[in-house]
Design a protein around this ligand. Structure first.
Ligand code: C5P
Length: 222
């Protein structure tokens, strides 16, 4: 079997990582969560008391930012400079600050290079915002997942409840719309569907249905 590249993009909370992880498992591919990398860089800046407007200091800090992924039976773990930050990078402060950091040109070029290296040998499922357009323009399979803002807010509400976080549906809808706006209006690699991507609206689909649909698309390329 060929070891291909699979790019999964889409707006915030569209179910990319849930689906991408399952696809990677099914095909025994590597999974790379590029959003986690932008989140880890943001956390590192905050930990170092760097003002998020201070682009140069954030870029300088990249030289002291080591991000590793480790896949364990419970899921993928993210390490920042050797420390497990899997849960911390999902908190509200990071979620609402990451778009500003991800808009910085040199942050993007640094992380895109790392992502391309990880994906170089194929056998990869990578999720993010610009994978099909910028990181892996030659990916054999490109998927663009969308869902209504309300549906995505409901999913985050559920995730939050599982983590013991209490934020209203209304507030989550606002945060999601806000992040989508920032991610799709930045100068460098804004969130866009690649011309050759296949769009899937997951609003009224189960995770299993989405995984099956993408698996069929992948099978045709193998
Ligand atoms: O996917 P996730 O919600 O974890 O991504 C967090 C943030 O990282 C996004 O809102 C976006 O600002 C940034 N990001 C990006 N390019 C990617 C992946 C994520 O700009 N490929």
């Amino acid at each position: 079997n060929k070891k291909i590249q699979i790019a999964i993009d889409g707006p915030a909370s569209s179910g990319k990582s849930t689906v991408a992880k399952l696809i990677a498992k099914k095909f025994a591919y590597i999974y790379c969560d590029t959003g986690a990398m932008y989140r880890a860089v943001t956390l590192n800046a905050i930990n170092n008391q760097i003002d998020l407007d201070n682009e140069q200091s954030i870029v300088d800090l990249l030289q002291h930012t080591v991000i590793d992924f480790k896949t364990i039976p419970g899921g993928q773990q993210v390490f920042l400079n050797g420390k497990n930050v899997t849960e911390t990078i999902r908190n509200e402060e990071i979620t609402n600050s990451v778009s500003a950091v991800a808009a910085i040109k040199d942050v993007r070029s640094n992380l895109v290079k790392k992502q391309q290296k990880i994906a170089n040998n194929g056998g990869i499922v990578m999720d993010g915002r610009d994978i099909g357009t910028t990181v892996l323009p030659n990916a054999q399979v490109k998927i663009y997942l969308v869902a209504s803002v309300l549906e995505r807010a409901k999913r985050r509400l559920k995730d939050n409840q599982n983590m013991g976080i209490n934020i209203s549906l209304d507030q989550l809808e606002k945060e999601i719309s806000n992040r989508d706006y920032k991610d799709s209006h930045r100068k460098i690699s804004p969130l866009r569907m690649a011309k050759d991507a296949i769009k899937i609206d997951t609003s009224s689909m189960s995770v299993e249905q989405v995984v099956n649909k993408i698996s069929t698309i992948i099978d045709q390329k193998l």
